[in-house]
Ligand binder design. Structure first.
Ligand code: SF4
Ligand code: SF4
Length: 429
């Protein structure tokens, strides 16, 4: 039996090249049979913590996938919901003593659901309105940029709340206050001549002209200050994470290949990525193309602080958030804190429950908004208790989701660094 071919609406997107069902089932069985059903992962699972239903935890999901792949269990709406409700946070994977590759398994599980002929049994992300939202808005940088400009304008007129309420799930996912840029100079802060050390390609993602525009500007300033020429190819596209985790690995790979072409055509082999989730997805470029990929926080940690220009900050209190993509996918749980510890004058505090997903999880915040709000609530309470000047998160999805629940500005670590460089250059606190 062949999985039906489906097309994505992004330009130049080739048809999905799905695995044949027997091959897919064999791959699922291979990974699922590594599980010894010990249950160590179960209390670490955010979705299990909400429903306390075994089928909403990793062990239950593995049992379901095993049953489906062995032909002992048919896919119905309940099976779809238990599998599709997974956040792909991989908190289960990092505590598993048997090394079960849960991230790969659940992606294959959604690919398996995508093979179902009935829409009601497919991943929610493939339903027509969500597919349109993903391919027509979220994955299009310029559309997102225009929509964000509109939201900022309405917010400036005091109509931000109305815009959020009228925009349905998308509006509910927007931050209450669109953040203003911290570092304002367009000039590199410090002595950087912007070419001394080489050329870096900056991957700004779908949100690089919208929610991530301030981060992109800050990263450009920081890289230039450290002596690098920065290239931002306009041909770069979505990293493909939404497709990969939504049951469509074919379009995800096509997007990655387009990004590889965009950077290689621009003569760039070192790519710095804004956002830990995009970095996680683009890691696959390294094995297929002659490209080195780093998220901006990890790239900065590989530089020598002795080469950095002077820094100053006004004793800001910073609440550190650790995205699952940084902690579990990239295996860098301390990266944000390590970078911020290099900036003098900051007081760093941790948000309670940092090891648990905030609920953003790519499109999950739009597909399962109630679950996303439940998972965010304890973090918002913790932020209220901590009373920081800023919340810092290295992933735009998490930053945007957290910003929807608090009036405290939520920014990315590189923005703080750009501001510290700028203040160091001006000699101001
Ligand atoms: S996934 Fe790992 S930790 Fe969880 S039940 Fe299976 S073997 Fe145990
Ligand atoms: S990836 Fe996250 S949400 Fe999914 S089963 Fe594992 S811990 Fe639970």
């Amino acid at each position: 039996m062949t999985i039906p071919v489906r097309r994505c609406n992004l330009p130049d997107m080739p048809a999905d090249s799905p695995r044949q069902l027997p091959e897919l089932d064999a791959a699922i069985r291979d990974d699922a049979l590594d599980c010894v059903m010990c249950g160590i992962c179960v209390p670490h699972c955010p979705t299990f913590s909400i429903t306390e239903n075994e089928a909403d935890g990793p062990r239950g999901r593995i049992s379901i996938l095993l049953g489906v792949s062995q032909g002992e269990l048919s896919v119905d709406e309940s099976v779809r919901d238990h599998l599709d409700g997974c956040l792909t946070c991989r908190a289960c994977e990092v505590v598993c003593p048997s090394g079960v590759a849960f991230g790969r398994l659940i992606d294959a599980g959604r690919e398996r659901l995508a093979s179902e002929p009935a829409t009601a049994l497919q991943p929610r992300a493939l339903a027509r309105p969500f597919r349109w939202l993903r391919d027509g808005v979220l994955a299009r940088r310029r559309v997102m940029g225009a929509a964000w400009k509109g939201y900022r304008a309405l917010h400036a007129l005091g109509l931000g709340g109305v815009a959020r309420r009228l925009s349905g799930r998308l509006g509910a996912a927007l931050p209450k206050r669109p953040p203003a840029p911290l570092a304002t100079s367009s000039r590199p802060a410090g002595a950087g001549d912007g070419a001394r050390r080489g050329t870096i390609g900056l991957f700004i993602g779908c949100t690089g002209e919208a929610m991530n525009a301030n981060t992109a500007g800050a990263a450009e300033q920081v890289l230039a200050a450290l002596g690098y020429r920065v290239v931002i190819p306009r041909e770069q596209v979505c990293c493909g994470a939404m497709h990969a985790h939504g049951g469509e690995p074919g379009p995800a790979e096509a997007l990655r290949d387009r990004n590889a072409r965009a950077f290689l055509d621009a003569g760039v082999r070192d790519v710095v990525v804004l956002g830990t989730a995009c970095r996680s997805e683009l890691a696959a470029l390294e094995s297929k193309h002659d490209i080195r990929v780093r998220e901006v926080t990890e790239w900065l940690l590989e530089t020598d602080p002795a080469d950095w220009p002077a820094m100053q900050t006004p004793n800001w209190r910073i609440a550190v958030h650790t995205p699952c993509s940084q902690r579990n996918h990239l295996g860098q749980p301390g990266a944000t804190r390590a970078l911020l510890e290099r900036i003098p004058g900051l007081e760093l505090v941790e948000i309670d429950g940092n090891e648990r997903c905030c609920g953003a999880a790519g499109m999950h915040v739009l597909l399962y908004p109630e679950q996303a709000r439940s998972l965010r609530a304890p973090k918002i309470d913790s932020i209220a208790d901590l009373q920081p000047d800023f919340v810092v998160s290295a992933n735009v999805g998490c930053a945007t989701h957290l910003g929807g629940g608090t009036d405290v500005p939520v920014i990315q670590p590189v923005e703080l660094l750009a501001a510290a460089f700028e203040r160091g250059r001006n000699g101001s606190n």
